[in-house]
Design a protein around this ligand. Sequence first.
Ligand code: ZN
Length: 306
Amino acid sequence: MGKIMGSWSPAFWYVLVLSFALVVGPGAQGWSKEGHIMTCRIAQELLGSEAAEVVRNLLPHYVNGDLSALCIWPDQVRHWYKYRWTSPLHFIDTPDNDCTFDYERDCHDPHGMEDMCVAGAIQNFTSQLINYREGSADRRYNMTEALLFLSHFMGDIHQPMHVGFTSDEGGNTINLRWFRRKSNLHHVWDRDIITTTMSDYYEKDMEVLLENIETNYTDGIWSSDVTSWEHCDDILSCVTKWALESINIACKWGYKGVEPGTTLSDDYFDSRMPIVMKRIAQGGVRLAMILNRVFGDSKEGFATPT
Ligand SMILES: [Zn+2]
């Protein structure tokens, strides 16, 4: 580990610190800052001692062991020249109105390059971390970056509109109003539902909202579902299942009844808010499941496709 850490150039650290300082612009895609922070906070709480230690060692010192502080980093660098290749990794475009996800058919970038979608990215960064653990990591790969990408993309694949229709770019081109403010359907799911929840019910305090979500899966309404959320035999079938869940929710709850120019308000908010909170919880629980299997002392690994 010391070897890998030591091999990074000072320029890398500079870039990482600089990128952390940048503010994500309004055009950014992915769960909002809050969505990603909560996903990663949930995951980190659920890590066993071994995985917790590896994660802590991979993080740069200035975040004091807090994974969530860097979970939005992939959104901040996606337009930089060096990381432009990661831009298609945040989402999946599926056929319009089809409400299905087929890995072979849909997981590619706009030029048709295979595996270049959020489901492929999760597989790729998971296997990089497995190789690191097994001591067979390719020195070209940066394990801190792999951890940050994996943590971020586990959030994105659970944001239902990140597995949306191709022609409206996952709702990005469906302009509408969220209560009185201008927004678009994608952004409603990325951020508006979360911020409205915080201001209406939690005095804008994300910590209290997070505690509420955690109570729901530890001994509340989702506590008996967690085992099935975590179930994962091999990573390909799991990312496929999670993407399918998202496109199904996108169809049933995201796009349903929404026309461009419409105003979404209480009815939409009240019925969708619990879904968003559950997706954040699932993303966090499943990220912890992956990290515990990859870094933990549990011998339960993944059946990896050959
Ligand atoms: Zn993203």
